[in-house]
Design a protein around this ligand. Structure first.
Ligand SMILES: Cc1cc2nc3c(=O)[nH]c(=O)nc-3n(C[C@H](O)[C@H](O)[C@H](O)COP(=O)(O)OP(=O)(O)OC[C@H]3O[C@@H](n4cnc5c(N)ncnc54)[C@H](O)[C@@H]3O)c2cc1C
Length: 394
């Protein structure tokens, strides 16, 4: 008998949220992280819970985003209850700010698109918006008010989710990198970490941008496809700044197509971000800082005399079609939960719920077909049907 029902590789928000859900079902769960858990993308994030599409291509993500936002209050309550820690979850809404001569028409189109997708949005004048957020700058030409948007402090949330998962019985192993997958009789039967085998009935790969770097089985003549084939994830760097101002406090998210400002409970204002293809290099650059500050000061010029109290960067797990990779592979016992790109904080509750339902009962009520790891492999439809049929209830 395996020591564990489930191994989760990666202790970011996605892996630790899945661990919480599975441990709550009394499964024996271990989370392996190659460093201190939760120090990668999830730690770097702004924490906006924003289900609207970034681009026409990401519209397919909206139903999952809406479902996850719907689950958030319940998820946070369960996490805060089990951990005794606060996550700074706030349902304060967001102001999307449009600049330039096309401001009103672009805003109107966005509001119409949001309504079409079943998302709340209302046109607002800059003067009306300043009643909600007095620091809004004079360059704002038109505003969309997004009343349902929320925020969370990702660092507080991570700490709480890891504590909650532990409280429910999950084991969290720091500084334990999974180097390879272990196969027995064609099924994934665990991982190899630090030269030692760790056996489990199910393995969930939730290693964010690093999924492709986990080598596949060490067996000779390994017949299984490389993990990269299921998870062609690449890092997309985002730089961030934290500002503190004695004169400016913001209460709501301010966002434009150039950047965003997100308030934290401790008075800091998080300013972001860049979207860069820089490999695995986590760095803050003068160009990145300039871009972020230009966007921040366009939104709220009175921040010009704020202090920069922290700077950092993180790696978003990007995918070729901008959609996450969630679900079973065609190898029994091997699951993926990665590729959440710009939305992993938002999508954590729904991802964890879907993975829990699949692993525990072999099916999920949420139709996550478009996120299947098999969409990147050649024999997608045949293998997917087979994988769904062969999912064991644990
Ligand atoms: C600057 C920035 C701003 C963002 N803002 C937002 C936002 O406002 N809202 C939102 O919803 N999303 C946001 N995101 C996206 C979000 O942060 C990610 O989608 C999400 O954190 C991905 O979580 P994850 O758990 O998959 O990955 P990660 O948090 O990267 O965790 C992966 C974990 O796997 C571990 N690991 C890697 N390899 C191995 C191995 N071989 N063995 C064991 N462990 C391993 C790593 O150490 C790490 O802890 C932002 C991201 C960035 C970078």
């Amino acid at each position: 008998m395996s020591a564990y029902d489930v191994i989760i590789v990666g202790g970011g928000l996605i892996g630790s949220s899945i661990a919480f859900e599975l441990a709550s079902e009394n499964l024996r769960v271990v989370v392996l992280d190659r460093q201190e858990p939760g120090r990668e993308a999830s730690w770097a994030a702004a924490g906006m819970l924003s289900p609207g599409p970034d681009s026409p291509e990401s519209s397919a993500l909206v139903p999952l985003g809406k479902e996850s936002l719907r689950l958030y209050p319940e998820f946070v309550a369960a996490i805060e209850h089990a951990s005794g820690k606060s996550t700074d979850f706030n349902c304060n809404g967001a102001l999307e700010v449009f600049h330039g001569p096309e401001a009103e028409s672009t805003r109107n189109k966005m509001v119409a698109d949001f309504h079409h997708l079943g998302l709340a949005a209302a046109a607002m004048s800059p003067n009306e918006a300043r009643k909600l957020e007095p620091s809004l700058g004079p360059q704002a030409g038109a505003i969309a008010w997004l009343p349902d948007e929320a925020t969370v402090d990702p660092r507080l949330l991570l700490e709480a989710v890891l504590a909650a998962a532990t409280h429910r019985g999950a084991e969290i192993r720091a500084k334990c990198a999974a180097d390879a997958l272990l196969y027995e009789s064609g099924a994934c039967a665990g991982v190899i970490a630090g030269g030692r085998k760790i056996a489990a009935n199910q393995v969930v790969i939730a290693a964010g941008s690093f999924c492709g770097t986990i080598a596949d089985a060490v067996q000779e003549q390994n017949p299984h496809p490389q993990l990269r084939q299921y998870a062609p994830v690449h890092p997309v760097r985002g730089q961030m700044l934290a500002l503190r101002s004695v004169s400016v406090q913001i209460k709501k998210v301010l966002r434009s197509r150039h950047g965003y400002l997100v308030p934290r409970r401790d008075g800091r204002i998080i300013a972001g971000s860049t979207l860069e293809d820089a490999g695995f290099v986590k760095q803050v650059t003068p160009e990145g800082v300039r871009q972020i500050l230009d966007a921040a000061l366009e939104l709220a010029p009175t921040l010009a005399d704020a202090t920069i109290v922290e700077e950092w960067s993180g790696l978003r797990p990007g995918t070729p079609d901008l959609l996450p990779i969630i679900g079973p592979t065609d190898i029994a016992g091997l699951w993926l939960a990665t590729g959440h790109y710009r939305n992993g904080i938002l999508l954590a509750p729904a991802t964890a719920r879907i993975m829990r339902d699949w692993i525990v009962s072999g099916k999920s009520n949420f139709n996550a077909e478009s996120f299947s790891p098999l969409r990147f492999t050649a024999a997608k439809s045949r293998a997917h049907a087979q994988a769904i049929r062969s999912v064991p209830g644990t």
